[in-house]
Ligand binder design. Structure first.
Ligand code: HEM
Length: 53
């Protein structure tokens, strides 16, 4: 995950936008909030690996 995203200069805004799009897609597909939160909690752990500082 780190190797793929390193050098893409992903900002916090990019990351947040990606999460917003994912939530919209999950809502559209009728994914329950409980399941959404479980996925988002896992993605949050990757946040620091994605964001370019
Ligand atoms: C938690 C958030 C994210 C996850 C879980 C994630 C996961 C992944 C995965 C699994 C791949 C495929 C790696 C492979 O081919 O082996 C990938 C590729 C990619 N990701 Fe992400 N990503 C995330 C956030 C982002 C963000 C925020 C951006 C940019 C705004 C981004 C841009 C890309 C791009 C451009 C590729 C394609 C790389 C290529 O095939 O050349 N990702 N990501």
């Amino acid at each position: 995950m780190v190797d793929i995203h390193t050098g893409m200069n992903i900002t916090e805004g990019d990351f947040n936008h990606t999460v917003d799009l994912l939530i919209a897609a999950m809502n559209e597909m009728g994914v329950s909030h409980r399941v959404q939160n479980r996925l988002l909690a896992r993605l949050a752990l990757l946040r620091d690996e994605m964001i370019y500082i």
